[in-house]
Design a protein around this ligand. Structure first.
Ligand SMILES: Cc1cc2nc3c(=O)[nH]c(=O)nc-3n(C[C@H](O)[C@H](O)[C@H](O)COP(=O)(O)OP(=O)(O)OC[C@H]3O[C@@H](n4cnc5c(N)ncnc54)[C@H](O)[C@@H]3O)c2cc1C
Length: 399
């Protein structure tokens, strides 16, 4: 085994420096608690990987009120509703009218850049580009949890801490250390074909469309770059899709008697995103706690993944502060139940949006018409639109 070349003592070691890990580190710093963040990807890799784009009301509040980002309010775009489009017609769900809230279009890459800048400004200990992270001795009786890793030059280091947090995403190494654990899965028989295109915006807000050929989501990034998705088979190879073929699919899915068409332009990025629903419980084992995608993933239809990661660490920072600074050891016991209460609401919301809007491979003509009946009921009902608006903008955090 390689000799350990450095050993650092901190209060909280965080494996994973994505939105969950960085936001936690920032909130702990605000509470006067030290942390070290370890991530096996580089800053540039994370800052250029396109993922989520929609922030709930309370995610925006967290970023602004904690001092992590002002840019979300100046460079982000407030969306006061979405369009549901089916049968070739659009139906706007007005969030402000139904729940007095908005969500914000602000890409995950920008959230990462802002959080990283905040931690750098506050002299945070961030270690990107590491490899071989291993977590040791996190059981309830442990007095010395540790994380070991190799730096980019191959030298071995050790971080000892009072607590370790696994914020290491959907391929978490930390979640396997939770014993005993229960895992809940749901696989879906379709995926999203995601594209970034250089084109002007086609609509001021997101359009979720259920066309005869299946689902599409029309989203935005900037005035000149747009993000769009359409339902596809999980085995699709992006290389088989020319720009013309992609635009034909997208235009076909939004087409209707109103003559609506998308503004076209070159496709600058394309990928297939398989998705599933997953929850692991508990989210704590002794001195190890899980946050974000490490403990749960949702299909992206309800735009909940990033928001859940931020909601987890809002709770986690509070229980860690009570444990570390105030000696309330029992505070950690409350974490799993508090976090999972929101997670299961979001699991249901994402599942509901997904199954209502996608074409299921095994669906019969009855199923297709029932689905359209559900959409028609929803947009004709004040209660239905309120339900969607509440879930989409995020259930208020009641602490
Ligand atoms: C392609 C894609 C598209 C998505 N689109 C949407 C969307 O449109 N809307 C939405 O709401 N959500 C979307 N999501 C989900 C959303 O991006 C995640 O829910 C969010 O990133 C969760 O944040 P996190 O910090 O928990 O995990 P991550 O962002 O995955 O961060 C985990 C970090 O841990 C690091 N890491 C992993 N393993 C190790 C290890 N062994 N050692 C050290 N570091 C490690 C990773 O490098 C990563 O930086 C998408 C996800 C993907 C993959």
């Amino acid at each position: 085994m390689t000799t350990v070349t450095s050993s650092t003592r901190t209060q909280v070691a965080i494996v994973g420096g994505g939105p969950a890990g960085l936001m936690l580190s920032h909130l702990l710093h605000v509470a006067g608690i030290e942390s070290v963040v370890l991530d096996h990807r580089t800053y540039d890799e994370i800052a250029t990987t396109h993922r989520a784009g929609i922030l709930e009301r309370d995610s925006v509040r967290l970023l602004v009120d904690s001092g992590a980002s002002d840019r979300v309010l100046t460079d982000g775009h407030e969306h006061q509703g979405i369009d549901l489009r089916f049968g070739g017609e659009s139906h706007r769900i007005d969030f402000q009218k139904y729940v007095g809230a908005s969500c914000w279009l602000y890409p995950q890459t920008e959230v990462f850049i802002d959080l990283h800048a905040a931690r750098t400004r506050d002299a945070g200990d961030l270690r990107y580009g590491i490899s071989g992270a291993e977590v040791h001795e996190v059981g309830a009786s442990s007095t010395g949890p540790r994380v070991t890793y190799l730096d980019p030059e191959g030298a071995r280091h050790e971080v000892t801490a009072e607590l370790v947090v696994g914020a290491d995403g959907s391929r978490s190494i930390c979640r396997d250390l939770v014993e005993p654990r229960t895992q809940y899965f749901r696989e879906y028989p379709f995926a999203w074909f995601g594209v970034l295109v250089e084109a002007p915006t086609s609509a001021p807000e997101l359009i979720y469309t259920r066309g005869e050929q299946g689902f599409a989501l029309i989203s935005q990034r900037t005035a000149d770059v747009q993000r769009m998705y359409f339902q596809c088979d999980p085995s699709e190879n992006p290389a088989d899709w020319s720009d013309d073929r992609i635009w034909e699919q997208l235009q076909g899915r939004v087409a209707g008697p109103d003559g609506f068409r998308l503004n076209e332009g070159p496709v600058i990025d394309k990928s297939v995103l398989p998705f599933r629903s997953f929850v692991q419980t508990p989210m704590r084992h002794g001195r190890l706690l899980l946050a974000g995608d490490a403990a749960h993933t949702v299909p992206p239809t309800g735009a909940k993944g990033l928001n859940l990661a931020l909601a987890d660490v809002r709770v986690l920072a509070e229980v860690i502060e009570r444990t570390v600074s105030k000696g309330e050891a029992e505070a950690l016991d409350t974490y799993t139940d508090r976090a999972l209460a929101r997670v299961w609401k979001a699991q249901h919301f994402s599942y509901w949006m997904t199954t209502m809007l996608h074409q299921l491979p095994e669906s019969t003509p009855f199923d297709e018409r029932r689905q359209l009946g559900e959409l028609a009921t929803l947009v004709a009902s004040e209660a239905g639109k309120t339900y969607l608006a509440e879930g989409y903008t995020g259930w208020p955090d009641r602490g």
